[in-house]
Design a protein around this ligand. Structure first.
Ligand SMILES: [Zn+2]
Length: 86
């Protein structure tokens, strides 16, 4: 039995097409757990525009905060240096 035959077999018997252990949710091909996993994978490989935008915002904020920390570090370094200037 190849993968697509297995898929068809599980689907026709009302089993989850991913794990084959659980019964599929009514009107769906996967059980609750596999549906969640599938949804996360879909989001990873095919993110919607909204998800992409959220990711971009997250990265922007991260870079920004990192930049602030770096500036703070530089400032302290200069202060310390100044202390040892005679
Ligand atoms: Zn399953």
């Amino acid at each position: 039995m190849n993968a697509s035959e297995l898929y068809a077999y599980r689907k026709s018997h009302g089993l989850c097409v991913s794990c084959g252990d659980e019964r599929a949710v009514m009107g769906k091909v996967r059980c609750v757990r596999c549906a969640q996993i599938h949804s996360v994978k879909q989001q990873m490989y095919h993110p919607t525009e909204e998800q992409k935008e959220r990711k971009r915002k997250y990265l922007r904020d991260y870079q920004h905060s990192h930049h602030e920390k770096y500036r703070e570090y530089q400032r302290r370094y200069r202060e310390k240096e100044a202390m040892y200037e005679w």
